[in-house]
Ligand binder design. Structure first.
Ligand SMILES: [Zn+2]
Length: 257
């Protein structure tokens, strides 16, 4: 009996020993932080795009933060901060690199802020003069869709927040000619931006806010919910014209949707 128990004990010891050897070596937060900075430096060198993810003393960052209504409290600061941020930002970089180069050249994106805050009302915001986007991860399980929306604002040939040339006015008038007769933008601002709020000519209620939101949402839906969007166009020639217009437009910049 003694021999038998001894064998079992030895066997358990051997198993325990082999399990311990296979334990992965955990990286420290410091290592994740360094890897993240290396990743961002490489991305910046390749694309010129800066990604901000925490407060710093950088004057340009502070200037851009004001534009996006960001204060130092809105950055992610949970447990395993750098590990999680590295994961998020690797994903973000993959998404940005997947956009056609010509489209990105037109959008001329210069910086992206990654924040995580309930005190900020937006899920995403774009600043046209600074070519900067802020993405609020707290409101964004699917941040890629918000990114597409904000990126389109930068890409839009007749963007909001700017004085339009005659050419831009004509571009916007062409877009507005697709609206149902007599429609005037303005009743959709602040309303829901989901397909379940569809009305004739507008894929979501939010599209009814203004023409630049209408275009950005139509693009966003074409990228992420094309089956549902195209389904609506079957009996909606207004929406069909808008979808075709966006498709033709982005196609000219290498984006085949
Ligand atoms: Zn928008």
């Amino acid at each position: 009996m003694r021999f038998k128990y001894g064998s079992i004990a030895l066997l358990l010891f051997v198993f325990a020993g082999s399990c311990a050897k296979e334990e992965p070596i955990l990286k420290t937060e410091e290592v994740y932080h360094q890897e993240l900075d290396d990743l961002l430096n490489t991305f910046k060198a390749e694309t010129g795009i800066v990604i901000y993810y925490e407060a710093s003393n950088d004057a340009e960052q502070k200037n851009l933060e004001i534009m996006h209504g960001i204060n130092s409290d809105v950055y992610y600061k949970g447990e395993k901060k750098y590990q999680l941020l590295q994961y998020w930002i690797e994903g973000l970089i993959d998404v940005l690199k997947a956009y056609p180069k010509t489209f990105m050249a037109k959008a001329d994106l210069k910086s992206v802020f990654i924040v995580n805050s309930g005190s900020l009302s937006y899920s995403g915001i774009a600043n046209l003069s600074k070519r900067s986007i802020a993405i609020n991860r707290l409101h964004n399980a699917g941040y890629k869709e918000t990114l597409a929306h904000e990126l389109f604002h930068l890409f839009d040939p007749a963007p909001a927040q700017s004085v339009w040339t005659t050419e831009q006015q004509q571009f916007d008038m062409t877009w507005q000619s697709f609206n149902p007769p007599g429609f005037v933008y303005g009743d959709g601002c602040g309303l829901e931006n989901t397909i379940k709020t569809y009305t004739q000519g507008f894929i979501t209620d939010y599209c009814r806010c203004n023409s630049t939101e209408d275009r950005a949402v139509t693009f966003q839906m074409l990228v992420f919910h094309s089956d549902m969007l195209l389904g609506k166009t079957i009996n909606d020639s207004y929406l069909e014209s808008k979808v075709n217009f966006i498709r033709d437009l982005v196609n000219q910049y290498g984006y085949n949707l």
